[in-house]
Design a protein around this ligand. Sequence first.
Ligand SMILES: Nc1ncnc2c1ncn2[C@@H]1O[C@H](COP(=O)(O)OP(=O)(O)OP(=O)(O)O)[C@@H](O)[C@H]1O
Length: 262
Amino acid sequence: MTSGPILRIEGLSKTFRTNNGGALEALAEASFDVSENDFVCIVGPSGCGKSTLLRMIAGLESISSGRIGYRENPVLRPQKEIGMVFQEYSLLPWRTVLDNVALGPEFGGAPRAEREAKAMEYLRLVGMANFSGAFPHELSGGMRQRVAIVRALANDPDVLLMDEPFGALDAHTRILLQKELLRVWENYRKTILFVTHGVDEAIYLADRILVMSARPGRILEIFDVDTERPRDRAHPAYGQLAERILSILEREAAFSATGTNG
Ligand SMILES: Nc1ncnc2c1ncn2[C@@H]1O[C@H](COP(=O)(O)OP(=O)(O)OP(=O)(O)O)[C@@H](O)[C@H]1O
């Protein structure tokens, strides 16, 4: 254990090579720290490099320049301590719900009884124990995403990276899963980095909200959300913060559409 931040992102940049031999700058000099147990949301205009940033922290994408530190060690490849949940339900279709959740512990060499008990514990947590023998195609979108979340948790990561995990869900299911995720986060005290297009979602969930610029993405502003949970969406402070963030995003979206600042 260290007393410093669990994640330190320093001057992180990413330039992709394009098919025609050109270069596309996706992320520029992003710097921020994440403290242990923090729930951090990242919002920004479409295409500003949010997924790229998360994929780099997950070790799935190479770094062009800068540094990612996890407990002061550089992140250069995927590691067990940093898990990821994607928007598209990335469950293995040929495995049951139970076997999907038990996958990580299975790779880790846990005996069958142990990994199945662990998987059942997590499935109970999100009300999915009765579906342990079902296959992914038999589940609704919300159920699949619950399974994807607890599958990531079953690896016992310190940090959970979530890339628009509720983006494909209807509004009602999304609100339900936001509540469940907060419960899971409070129970297991994970550090969460959560990308979303929903400013409302970010204010409901986060301790801190990072607002990114239009591509190439930089961290423009960081907002602390220190009101008590569960948060009341009808509270005036909620709406005021949403307006402030939305006005930045509107400006940035206009900038990315016209390439000018006015
Ligand atoms: N493998 C790749 N090769 C080339 N360009 C890429 C690659 N991956 C992403 N990009 C480009 O990098 C930029 C940032 O993409 P990214 O998916 O990180 O944005 P985003 O903020 O997550 O977008 P959205 O909010 O729309 O999901 C985009 O212009 C995208 O086209």
